[in-house]
Design a protein around this ligand. Structure first.
Ligand code: HEC
Ligand code: HEC
Length: 346
């Protein structure tokens, strides 16, 4: 989804900043419904979040603590084409479970086959991010839900009409009462989908077994060589792809273009220093999420490695760490093998 479009939600004739203010107000109105949260008591609806070794605790809003019934409702919504105006597309159409909740095409089609303009990212571990979308303009998973629902190229619908549609389904009525003690409305739809997404956690790749589970044989010799290259100062990959998610959660220009067709974070901040900057993506499950970059312009990991080796295109905002390097074919294969080791097999 294109957040430019998400601003259009309000009024395409207003400037971006005004629209952001309106959008924020709109989201606030929809999402802050007066509802007293029940204190969490352990019962058979309690959802125990299992975090892999090496993972930090996830911050979960008090107003949307995880329960089994909330996650189950969110999962049903995530897979339901009723969320789109034409009953054609679900969240799972673009965020496919077998592809680490990403897609194999550069631009996934929405309703009536309408093409998007950005590549669908993985939703694994998305509960750790607090600046969503490539330019980082959406702070919570609850708010993000409204974007695909309204987006012309995605569901092309309206959350109020969607709630009316779902109210006619007795299963949703029942699940909603169980999960949030209220009818299925925008409050419930946004929260249940967010709760479900906070359970999409992946942290048992061969790399994890090696790094956090003391299994020195989990990586091949080639992958270990690749890990050393990845962490080296000369390649500098780990300066941006840092930490247990392999992202410093920042926004960087990694030199894809001299002139960016999609201008990136500047659309949110209007700051020229942010032109061509995009969120540093996680590299977890990278073997399943080709094609790569915000526009899916790099078809495979070889193309990504060759991009960084070449130093990329000249752009005034390009990070100085993107300066090119020379690797032998074997070293490139090792680096690729390491990247693949960040992928969980099941
Ligand atoms: C038509 C394809 C499509 C559909 C349908 C769709 N998405 Fe997405 N999703 C995308 C694309 C493309 C992006 C990246 C947009 C960007 O970076 O601006 C994205 C981004 C996201 C993100 C932000 C991830 C991040 O790392 O910042 C979340 C969360 C998300 N989608 C959840 C959902 C949910 C929940 C639904 C259903 C309510 C949904 N998506 C439906 C294509 C889709
Ligand atoms: C200056 C920060 C920076 C450095 C250094 C860096 N990257 Fe990236 N990387 C990014 C950004 C930003 C993106 C996303 C760009 C976009 O969406 O267009 C990205 C994207 C990627 C992707 C595609 C991810 C996806 O889901 O589409 C891969 C793979 C990748 N980088 C690997 C590497 C490797 C390997 C190195 C070292 C050779 C490296 N990166 C060095 C910032 C960096």
């Amino acid at each position: 989804m294109n957040s430019n479009k998400c601003f259009k939600l309000i009024n395409p004739n207003l400037n971006v900043k005004t629209n952001i203010i309106y959008l924020t107000l709109f989201l606030f109105c929809v999402l802050s419904s007066c509802h007293k949260e029940e204190p969490v008591v352990e019962n058979d609806d309690t959802y125990i979040q299992q975090l892999p070794a090496g993972f930090e605790p996830m911050i979960i809003p008090d107003s949307n603590q995880l329960t089994k019934s909330r996650v189950a409702l969110g999962k049903r919504l995530f897979n339901d084409v009723a969320l789109s105006r034409t009953n054609e597309v679900s969240c799972a159409s673009c965020h496919k479970q077998n592809l680490a909740f990403a897609d194999s095409v550069a631009f996934s089609p929405g309703v009536e086959g309408r093409g998007g303009v950005r590549n669908a990212p993985t939703l694994f571990n998305v509960g750790y991010l607090d600046r969503l979308l490539s330019e980082g303009g959406v702070p919570t998973l609850e708010m993000q839900v409204l974007v695909p629902i309204q987006e012309h190229n995605e569901f092309d619908f309206n959350v109020l009409e969607l709630a009316e549609r779902l109210e006619t389904d007795p299963t949703y009525v029942e699940m909603s009462q169980k999960a949030y003690k209220r009818i299925i409305d925008p409050y419930v739809i946004t929260r249940a989908l967010a709760a479900f997404q906070r359970t999409l956690i992946s942290g048992n790749s061969p790399y994890d077994q090696y790094a956090y589970q003391n299994n020195t044989n989990a990586l091949t010799a080639s992958q270990k060589e690749g890990l050393a290259l990845f962490m080296s100062d000369s390649l500098a990959c780990s300066s941006c792809h840092a930490g247990f998610l392999f992202t410093n959660k920042g926004f960087e220009n990694n030199g894809l273009y001299e002139v960016y067709p999609d201008s990136g974070r500047i659309r949110l901040t209007l700051n020229p220093a942010d032109r061509g900057k995009f969120k540093v993506p996680t590299l977890r499950n990278i073997a399943k999420t080709a094609p790569y970059m915000h526009d899916g312009s790099r078809p495979n990991l070889e193309a990504v490695i060759n991009h960084y080796a070449s130093g990329g295109a000249n752009h005034p905002n390009k990070n100085t760490l993107i300066k090119g390097f020379v690797l032998t074919e074997t070293q490139k294969a090792n680096l690729k093998a390491f990247l693949q080791s960040l992928t969980e097999s099941d």
